[in-house]
Design a protein around this ligand. Structure first.
Ligand SMILES: [Fe+2]
Length: 378
């Protein structure tokens, strides 16, 4: 038995952002646009969106300056802005952090409005115990980075400054009503972001494929998405304006998001989330380093047919294949961290993440420690 769920309407294509004002019309007359620091202004995208909204009688306010790390404080700030006026919907335009803050803000707004003792921290997995039970307001995701898949997922990954941990707020109320995915918006991205974000998507696809919750329906997305990234990411790195290659990476990112929702992730994201939050390593960088080791470890525990598929995609030696692939796209294969490590404590934390629980076999603490020692140059 398997379940498949994706309630988000998806509009995909080059130039699709130019029609945003029409696509959001059914959602209401006033929106809050959540965005990052400056790139949207520099490339003219924000101006284009806001001018089109104004011309079509849709009011907007801006919540700008979302930094790389989405924190609970940023969500509180978003909720306070929503509370000041009557907003009909929230639009998040940017990378994964922007999308996550916008998604959490829109999704938690119902709880925030009705609960006197509301705290964002209460809705974080592991740190809190509450579930979102009151719908928020509609959310529109407009990703400008291809990789996180956050445009279609039901969770927002938020850093809890109180515990220093990255946790998910997860609820069907967090799904975007609409995702507008325009590969043209990714064309000005720096190479490092293009490569690490795409490898994050590769990680979602591979993990979704080997996860114990995988399904034949999702496996199709996974296999196609993996092919798209292997074939097209080197082209994007060579020529950032290669729009056909950018398009394939955006599709792969979307497929990766579908994996997160329907197949779940595994140990690679468990390690990346814990190590990334603790040592302030960008998510895509942490994922890329972990993937070859976790994939090699996982091969022992997945069905024979899947091993063959993986070897067809990644050669007889998937780990070496990925190392070579990283060399081609300019990524490292190890993390250089100078801090002292308590490997046991890290491994315990990793074992408790929801991603790790989706692994084809539950890893032992020693197996996690072995992988950590392989990826970290101390
Ligand atoms: Fe990820």
């Amino acid at each position: 038995m398997f379940k498949f769920f994706l309630p988000t309407k998806i509009i995909f294509g080059c130039g699709s952002i130019n029609n945003l004002h029409n696509d959001v019309k059914p959602l209401g007359k006033k929106c809050l646009i959540v965005c990052g620091k400056s790139s949207l202004k520099e490339n003219g995208l924000l101006k284009k969106i806001t001018e089109n909204l104004s011309r079509n009688d849709i009011e907007y306010d801006l919540y700008e300056g979302i930094s790389q790390e989405p924190t609970t404080e940023l969500v509180y700030k978003g909720l306070e802005i929503l509370n000041k006026d009557k907003f009909d919907f929230v639009v998040g335009v940017g990378g994964g952090s922007v999308i996550d803050v916008a998604k959490a803000t829109a999704g938690l707004y119902g709880e925030f409005s009705y609960n006197k003792n509301f705290k964002v921290e209460d809705y974080l997995e592991i740190d809190g115990t509450k579930r979102v039970e009151i719908p928020g307001i509609p959310f529109v995701s407009v990703p400008t980075v291809a990789g996180t898949g956050a445009e279609v997922t039901m969770n927002a990954v938020i850093l809890n400054p109180l515990s220093g941990k990255k946790r998910s707020i997860r609820s069907e109320y967090l799904f975007a009503k609409l995702a507008i995915i325009d590969p043209l918006t990714t064309i000005t991205l720096p190479k490092t972001i293009s490569s690490t974000a795409a490898v994050d998507a590769l990680c979602h696809l591979v993990e979704g494929f080997i996860s114990k919750k995988s399904s034949p329906l999702c496996d199709h997305f996974a296999i196609e998405g993996i092919k798209y990234i292997i074939e097209n990411l080197p082209l994007v790195i060579k020529n950032p304006s290669d729009i056909s290659a950018r398009e394939k990476i955006s599709i792969a990112s979307l497929y990766g998001g579908i994996m997160i929702v329907n197949s779940g992730l595994t140990l690679a994201h468990g390690i990346a989330a814990v190590v990334g939050a603790k040592y302030k390593i960008p998510h895509g960088v942490a994922c890329s380093v972990v993937l070859p080791e976790v994939l090699e470890w996982s091969l022992e525990f997945i069905p024979q047919q899947k091993i063959l598929t993986i070897k067809n995609l990644f050669s007889e030696n998937p780990k070496m294949f990925l190392y070579n692939f990283y060399t081609k796209i300019g990524l490292n294969t190890k993390l250089n961290i100078s801090n002292d490590f308590n490997f046991e404590k890290l491994a315990e934390e990793i074992l408790n993440t929801s991603s790790t629980k989706g692994s084809p076999k539950e890893p032992t603490l020693q197996e996690i420690i072995t992988i950590l020692k392989q990826i970290i140059n101390t």
